[in-house]
Ligand binder design. Sequence first.
Ligand SMILES: *Cc1c(COP(=O)(O)O)cnc(C)c1O
Length: 382
Amino acid sequence: MTYQSGAGSVLGRLGVKDLVNGHHWRTILGGSIMPPEVVDAMAEAAGRFLDLGELNVKAGEYVAKITGADRGMVTSGCAAAQVLQAAACMTGTDEAKIGSLPDTTGMKNEVVIQQSQRNHYDSSYQHAGATLVEIGGEGGATRAELEAAIGDNTAAVAYVWVMRYWGLSLEEVIEIAHARGVPVVLDAAAELPPVGNLTKFVSMGVDLVAYSGGKGIRGPQSTGMLVGRGDLMEAAWENAFSYDKARAGIGRPMKVCKEEIVGLICALELFVDADHETEWAEWRAKSASIVDHVKHVPGLEARVHEGIVYEGPGSPTALVVLGEDWAGRSPEEVQAAMLEQEPPIYIGVGPEPRELWVAPVALQEGEEDLVARRLLAALTGE
Ligand SMILES: *Cc1c(COP(=O)(O)O)cnc(C)c1O
């Protein structure tokens, strides 16, 4: 029997419809689309028995090689890598401590973070049992505030690369934390591409870096990777892969299957070899074609933006800024209107009040034309 696609497929029978993703590699919208080679690699692994620990050790060697880290491992998403970051910094390789998380009695259990970098995903540190110690205000923290927050109970200082525009720089955080013997853990979930970010953070001196595998790398959606300093990676591994211990560690429910490990490595190989300049230029061209379609609408300004856009890694994006005198639909109303027809089209709003945007990175072939037409209609209220 062969698997049936189309209306008779699992998705067809479940009645789950496709959407158009103009909102970046968002987890909730399906992450990214895996290249066919990745799907083939996963299918091959699906038909094999193998030692999962050996597979992840060897996958980790590849991840370490391309990031320049002492050691790496595949995790179930960036969020799980963050759980392991906190766990590793709290337990080290102490078997009793690993077995007792999330109870942190007798451990350093504080993870310091700037208030300006608090986000949806920092609960991962708390899942491991850590207490978040918030410093500074909305605009970030000062050096003195970080220095004062680091004490006998500090397990790590956390930094979120996408939120680096406020407060202390990563360089300053590394300098201050390392002067006190405290590791720095980084959330670099959606920071690939640019490909240079594979090595950047390790070379800056970050102790543990967490990435998503299912965003710009286009690996399986629930993969991620953790890389960093040898002793802390050993501690992270023991928290995740504690099969030889009496009790499973905090990472056990965050298992990665063989298909996903193999799929992520295949996706990484393709990512490392990809022509990133050409791809970037394609995103710029798609953004420009959307901009060109709507820029004549009176009262708004449309342009291709490269730099930070809400949760984005700075890749080219079609940005629409509604003018002071704009009397038409609000960004949120335009966003809602784009979802009303089939297929629903997801776009972004913000970060400034009158802005909306389309990120082309997750658009499939030709979808930019559909998005441009529907965006024009939504803006003009048709
Ligand atoms: C997507 C994201 C995560 C979580 O990544 P997963 O791979 O989905 O677990 C964490 N932090 C940030 C900033 C993200 O964008």
